[in-house]
Design a binder for this molecule. Structure first.
Ligand code: PMP
Length: 383
């Protein structure tokens, strides 16, 4: 087991590493949520969240994990018995379906095998009186980023409200909430927004406000939070220190620009794929620039991916993510979301190389890091 003095490397698709300026903000004295100094930060943070979501609508901010805001979408949008269509191609698509069933929705699933990329033209023929369509933007369990713009357009065309889980995608890959006509975008603090876990939010359209259902709700009743936010007077005690930290993180993100963040994520994805392939590993996630959030890799014959992840953690202090569900034992995942650079990728790959070589796997040593660095240096247009 790595001792407390050893360096730890967090390379999972959430939580993700947090920049020192953001950590420093967490060490400031706690603000009272009704004090003027907090209200100022609160207002700025809400405005910045709108910029990141590319929406002019209100963004409702909660102390919760991402799943809490998925639940809020279901609790606010549906009435028991409503027909809901979930597009599912992995662990988090299944979560949408589970939450919707919990609230008594009549759930249909457009079900893909884990790792498949949802196809917008598959959606239209399945839509038949569904009031809500639930989509996953970046399916963190497989590394697939879906074309939610086209999927949402098909759903809207059929008159449904569309909610998108953007927990691992927002701030990493383009997501144009208003321009793409998405009714609800939910996301959280602990991925591309470079802040510890604990805050989550939803951007809600006028259609979604008008189309609210009758499910029981209290903490997650959007109306309560909307009314309170309008007066900058949080209705429940928010995690004020996290709001202060998120505000700092969003200022870093927006100062550098969202486009710069999107470009960096594409290049990180390229670097990770190039390095992994050079060593002889097979990709599970797509081998193209859409896979800018998480790289999922198959382990060589005879190696269990869960064991590999444990070895990396215990021997080198490197935390990667194992495979989930049907991918357990077969796949491991390197997240490159948020405050990441190419040296994080090369560290992750170097650790994987060493651990696999020790496990007796047939991989080529000494090439992954160079391939990753070279791929990262390529200008985007030369792909
Ligand atoms: N959706 C996606 C795509 C995710 O990656 C995650 C977190 N890994 C969640 C939902 C759930 O978020 P949380 O763990 O914060 O509830």
């Amino acid at each position: 087991m790595a001792s407390g003095v050893e360096k730890r490397y967090l390379f999972t698709p959430g939580p993700t590493p947090v920049p020192p300026q953001v950590l420093a903000a967490l060490a400031e004295p706690v603000l009272h949520h009704r004090a003027p100094d907090f209200r100022e930060v609160y207002a700025r943070c809400l405005a910045r969240l709108g910029e990141v979501c590319r929406t002019g609508r209100e963004v409702l901010l909660y102390t919760a994990s991402g799943t809490g805001l998925m639940e809020s979408a279901v609790a606010n949008l549906i009435s028991p018995g409503d027909r809901v269509l979930v597009v599912s191609a992995g662990y988090f698509g299944e979560r949408w379906a589970d939450v919707a069933r919990t609230y008594g929705a009549d759930v249909d699933v457009l079900d893909y095998a884990w790792g498949e990329v949802p196809i917008p033209s598959d959606l239209q023929p399945r839509l038949d009186g569904h009031t809500v369509v639930l989509l996953t933007h970046s399916e963190t369990s497989t590394g697939v980023v879906a074309d939610v713009q086209s999927l949402a357009a098909a759903a809207k065309e059929a008159g449904a409200l569309v909610a998108v889980d953007a927990v691992s995608s927002l701030g990493a890959v383009p997501l144009d909430t208003d321009a793409w006509g998405i009714d609800v975008v939910v996301s959280g603090s602990q991925k591309a927004l470079m802040t510890p876990p604990g805050l989550a939010f939803a951007a809600v359209s006028e259609d979604a406000w008008a189309g609210r259902g009758s499910s029981p709700r209290f903490y997650f009743d959007w109306e309560r939070t909307r009314a309170a936010q309008a007066k900058l007077d949080a209705v429940f005690t928010p995690a004020t220190s996290l709001v202060v930290a998120l505000d700092v993180a969003l200022s870093l993100l927006l100062e550098a620009g969202l486009e710069a963040a999107f470009e960096r994520h594409v290049r990180l994805g390229r670097a990770c794929r190039a390095g992994a392939k050079a060593m002889g590993l097979e990709l599970f996630s797509p081998d193209d620039d859409s896979a800018a959030v998480v790289t999922a890799l198959r382990v060589p014959e005879g190696v269990d991916s869960g064991e590999l992840v444990l070895t990396l953690r215990d021997r080198f202090g490197i935390t990667l993510a194992p495979g989930q569900g049907p991918l357990k034992g077969k796949v491991f995942r390197i997240g490159h979301i948020g405050w990441f650079d190419v040296f994080d990728i090369s560290t992750a790959l170097a650790g994987v190389e060493l651990a696999l070589a020790e496990a007796g796997a047939d991989i080529e040593r000494g090439v992954a890091v160079t391939a990753a660095l070279d791929a990262f240096e390529q200008p985007l247009s030369l792909a």
